[in-house]
Design a binder for this molecule. Sequence first.
Ligand code: NAD
Ligand code: FES
Length: 283
Amino acid sequence: MYKIVKRTQLNDSVVRIEVDAPEVAAKAKAGQFVIIRVDELGERVPFTIHDVDRENGTVTIIFQIVGGSTLLLEQVKEGEYILDFVGPLGTATEFEGAKNVCVIGGGVGNAIAYMSAKTLHEEGAKVDVIAGFRSKDIVILEDEYKSICDNLYITTDDGTYGEKGFVTDKLKSLIEAGNNYDLVIAIGPIPMMKFVSKTTEPYNIKTLVSLNPIMIDGTGMCGGCRVTVGGEIKFACVDGPDFDGHQVDYDELMSRNSTYKNTETHDRENCRLYKAAEVGGTK
Ligand code: NAD
Ligand code: FES
């Protein structure tokens, strides 16, 4: 059993939990993920790691309440326990000695982008962060980012905070202003990672993206997480989740990720947890 030692509500639908898991904390690196099971009846759900505190033996993840499993996880209070917290899984991000990096997070993807930015900053790289959100009310991690990067640029789609526009608009203007990035890391919705990669391609800037296909075992056994990269089939759980953004077949990934959309909609309409949440009964 793994204790939630701290729980913070970051916005209406996004929660940060710090979990007591010394064995995972001892090994976990940026880009790796854990698989969580709340209880014996719970699904196995992968979450890429947000932060690690090796001294205190804790691992932090941030999740958005989007389905039955995250709704169940959202109900576990500070001081209570979850059943499984397996990891670290996947391959750590390879920064390859990059010295001038732009880390881009889109929405909840900022949860993961943060650990890459922090690690690069600790390794002495110059780190610019572009954090994009739909609007001001869902901005997360602003203060946390400020302490671990050289420049933080916040964008909102509707212009209610920071600069109006997509993260790709800001990236293009920074590149055109003469920032010679040797690495761009993009983590967020699939269309964002696709268009960040399209933005950097003409400039030949190495671009890493963190893919989030449907995962089941997380250990390379089931094939559920297969993605096509550079024309080859890869398993995101063991070969990734990071891949060369210029080589990913994003359209295939989007199509595979929508496979269970109807089931999720059915669950949302029928699940007792959703119904309880709608009347404010999940806390
Ligand atoms: P969102 O849709 O609000 O987008 C966040 C930002 O991404 C936008 O503000 C914009 O700046 C940028 N963006 C979105 N579409 C773009 C486009 N077509 N071109 C350029 N930029 C674009 O994000 P959200 O609702 O917080 O994200 C949820 C999605 O992110 C879910 O689908 C989730 O699965 C995915 N996600 C992925 C990862 C990962 O590991 N890659 C991690 C967390 C969440
Ligand atoms: Fe089963 Fe990757 S999740 S092979």
